[in-house]
Design a protein around this ligand. Structure first.
Ligand code: ATP
Ligand code: LTN
Length: 326
């Protein structure tokens, strides 16, 4: 399968990004043709300082590599380096409907949290995402649950375009984790863990052991002291157990057994340990990749030139289909 996915360099990468999306990216690269992107144009939809955006773009690429993205197996590039993304975005704008964009949850939520900056880019965000995906004849899109609605819209746009202009685009599918497609915020289990949420709500990949311990200690829990997975009655604990399970590889039932005698304190100490053990080698590799900026830039340039070849060929076909004069 051809796989495509991207993450915005809009803040610190966190455990939700890893569990919902990046862990899938890494696992898919052995058996599939994978294209992974730092979607910097999408990051512009929230006000971000230019020097911060520049820095965070390289940070994001270094984290992908540190987590195991292998640039020999996968294509890794920065969205704005391949101008076809923005170009196809315009074309797709002419078939996307205002009514369907208005229905997007992410647009509604981000409009609420940034009432002073409800810009056209924020509204149009899923159309640029459609162009990212459709340019590469993508079949699978590994993402977290919050992006499922966007991928549904991408499917609809692909079908609409194909219906109007003839078979041009592959209709992609979203790929979600069975567990962990929606990691919840530590300080509020009713909200998803997110970069732009409160700092206590997420574990950043860059968090120090002390910070991890502090955040886990403060994490909201449910009433009762038994360590039992019950997503309905104990949503906060279910979230923590899912994180523990996915990072340690231990079955949920084994974790429940291990903490049957202890209460939340022992469980939280154990979870902090699992997190710290997971993060330590990743942070070390991150330091190595991020410390060698020339290598990082060369990898991204190579990825962009590979992506460009595919995207430019596809653009020629798209332009022909819609009648742009050659
Ligand atoms: P922002 O706060 O800027 O909206 P974000 O943390 O939601 O950022 P994105 O860049 O929008 O992160 O998402 C990158 C990828 O990580 C997407 O595939 C998204 O679905 C996934 N993802 C984000 N948050 C979570 C989460 N809490 N649980 C599982 N997957 C997530
Ligand atoms: N909208 C996504 C980021 C994104 C993306 C993509 C994901 C932009 N383009 C293409 C998958 C495929 C988000 O996580 N907020």
């Amino acid at each position: 399968m051809r796989i495509f996915s991207g993450i915005k360099p809009s803040g610190d990468l966190h455990l939700g990004n890893y569990i919902g999306a990046l862990s899938q990216w890494i696992a898919l690269q052995d058996a599939h043709e994978c294209i992974y992107c730092v979607v910097d144009l999408h990051a512009l939809t929230v006000a971000i300082d230019p020097s911060e955006l520049r820095r965070r773009t390289l940070d994001a690429a270094a984290w992908y590599l540190a987590l195991g993205l292998d640039p020999k197996k996968s294509t890794l590039f920065v969205q704005s380096h391949v101008s076809a993304h923005a170009e196809l975005g315009w074309i797709l704008n002419t078939i996307a409907k205002i009514s369907e964009l208005k229905a997007m949850h992410q647009f509604k939520e981000k409009s609420k949290s940034n009432p002073d900056n409800i810009n056209m880019g924020l509204f149009d965000y899923p159309v640029l995402m459609a162009s990212d995906i459709l340019l590469y004849d993508t079949e699978g899109v590994p993402v977290g649950e919050d992006q499922k609605q966007h991928v549904e819209l991408v499917r609809e746009l692909a079908r609409r375009f194909n219906g109007r202009f003839g078979e041009t685009f592959t209709v992609p599918k979203s790929m979600l984790m069975k567990h962990g497609a929606r990691v919840m915020a530590l300080d509020n289990p009713a909200k998803k863990m997110e970069k732009t949420g409160s700092v206590d709500g997420y574990i950043a990949l860059s968090d120090t052991p002390d910070l991890v311990k502090k955040k886990i200690k403060r994490a909201v829990t449910d009433s009762g002291r038994e360590i039992l997975f019950d997503a309905k009655k104990k949503p906060a604990l279910a979230n923590l157990l899912t994180i523990y399970h996915l990072l340690s590889g231990q079955a949920i039932s084994d974790i429940e057994k291990a903490y049957a005698q202890g209460g939340y304190k022992e469980f939280k100490d154990g979870l902090a340990r699992v997190l710290i053990e997971f993060l330590a080698p990743v942070q070390e590799r991150y330091g190595q990749y991020r410390g060698d900026e020339n290598n990082l830039r060369a990898l991204l340039a190579d990825g962009a030139s590979r992506a460009k070849k595919h995207a430019e060929k596809k653009m020629i076909m798209i332009k022909r289909r819609i009648g742009l004069y050659e």
